[in-house]
Design a protein around this ligand. Structure first.
Ligand SMILES: [Zn+2]
Length: 178
């Protein structure tokens, strides 16, 4: 769920990505980007309305990564609590479509965006409430504000991607040899 939150934020919020200005896709490309972020198991086509709602969810989720990235865990926690309350997130076991019992986090609203907002907020709450609470961040490379969750063993990640890591390494190398 945290990985989905990362994908939603990076695909659907404007800013900068890997050295270039980034504008989220529009129209059919937006629904495609949403479907991709939610993963293959999301077989049903996402509607334009749902994609638009999820873009708003992504903006709210970004705030959590930004607060956490600047070391303000209190702000991140308050934002997540707000999202949990707003989305009526609560865990319950569900069984459908021939799957075994599994945990859902969404409330009773029943919208795709609401369900994913609740699930992502719960995922971020688990991270912030655990020993990996400092693992949500924003890329520190120049001209990039894509977000990440640091799943490395020693927690030293600073970039959204190897692309940004390489950009920074190359720049440092050039600076040393100038
Ligand atoms: Zn980056």
């Amino acid at each position: 769920m945290v990985a989905i939150a990362v994908d939603l934020v990076n695909a659907l919020t404007p800013g900068e990505a890997r050295g270039r200005p980034y504008e989220p896709p529009q129209g059919a490309e937006l629904t495609e980007a949403v479907a991709q972020a939610l993963g293959d198991r999301w077989a049903r086509r996402v509607t334009a309305r749902e994609a638009g709602e999820l873009a708003q969810v992504a903006v709210a989720l970004r705030g959590v990564f930004e607060a956490s990235g600047r070391g303000d865990v209190d702000a991140a926690a308050h934002l997540v609590n707000g999202l949990l309350a707003e989305t009526d997130a609560r865990p319950h076991l569900d069984r459908h479509d021939g799957e075994p019992w599994h945990l859902h986090y969404h409330g009773t609203g029943g919208t795709l965006a609401g369900d994913y907002a609740a699930s992502c907020a719960t995922g971020l709450a688990v991270v912030l409430g655990g020993e990996l609470h400092d693992r949500l961040g924003v890329c520190t490379a120049p001209h990039c504000d894509r977000v990440y969750v640091d799943t490395s063993r020693n927690g030293t990640r600073r970039f959204c991607s190897t692309a940004c890591q390489n950009r920074v390494k190359t720049a440092a190398f050039r600076a040393r040899n100038a």
